[in-house]
Design a protein around this ligand. Structure first.
Ligand SMILES: [Zn+2]
Length: 238
């Protein structure tokens, strides 16, 4: 029975380690996803800023084109002025030229505003690129760390499963069944150490006679309080 209890204790330890490793393993995909989302958000921010610059450039080119066309129109009208015979026509054309000049004045102001805006956007973009490059290095390092951990925990799990598979067949099947039922009822802990005359599962003292018996590990003894299997480790008579 001593060997069986030792095996049972080992099984529980291994199973608890498996649970922990699985919890760890389960946490990695979400962590990875979050980091990858961060990279994606960075990329989107950069693209967004780039797009805004391109839009402003486009708008500027459009306004410059309009400005050139209107200037051509003004030149043509000014040449036409020399050929005009009547004062009425002359005044009308002059007014047209004035209107064109006024529109172009506005265009020039808008172009200057756009140039300022483009300068500002470009400087922001440079800052964003520098900042995100640094952040990206940190994120990528995190990602590679997590991937390493994933590989490690996978190996750990394999070894733990192997240990479990080695223990289970040599355990008494009735004892194993009892252990599994207890484990389910007692929140994953079916077998507990006895230390300082107390059960380490519920921390209630056990009677002296029982304490002596537990130290022999010769039979299955349940804690009178929490009903878990009591186990004595490092038995001096080992
Ligand atoms: Zn107890």
């Amino acid at each position: 029975m001593k060997e069986q209890l030792q095996l049972l204790w080992k099984l529980q330890t291994v199973e608890q380690q498996i649970d922990e490793a699985q919890k760890e393993q389960d946490s990695y995909p979400l962590a990875l996803e979050e980091l990858q989302e961060m990279l994606k958000a960075q990329e989107e921010k950069r693209e967004d800023e780039k797009r805004k610059i391109e839009e402003c450039e486009k708008e500027r080119l459009k306004k410059e084109g309009e400005l050139d066309l209107e200037n051509e129109r003004i030149k043509r009208s000014q040449l036409k002025l020399l050929e005009i015979k009547t004062n009425k026509e002359y005044q009308a054309l002059l007014q047209e030229i004035e209107g064109s000049k006024e529109r172009n004045g506005q265009r020039e102001e808008e172009i200057i505003k756009l140039l300022d805006e483009i300068d500002q956007l470009k400087s922001n973009y440079t800052g964003t690129v520098e900042k995100t490059q640094k952040e990206r290095l940190v994120i990528e390092e995190e990602i590679s760390k997590i991937k390493d951990k994933m590989a490690t925990v996978e190996q750990d799990l394999l070894h733990l499963q192997q240990s479990k598979e080695e223990i289970v067949p040599v355990l008494d099947s009735a004892l194993l069944k009892r252990y599994n039922t207890l484990k389910e009822k007692k929140n994953g802990t079916a077998i507990v150490l006895v230390k300082n005359e107390g059960c380490q599962g519920c921390f209630v003292n056990i009677p002296p006679q029982m304490y002596n018996e537990v130290q022999k590990n010769k039979e299955i003894i349940l804690c009178p309080n929490c009903h878990r299997i009591l186990y004595w480790e490092n038995n001096p008579t080992d």
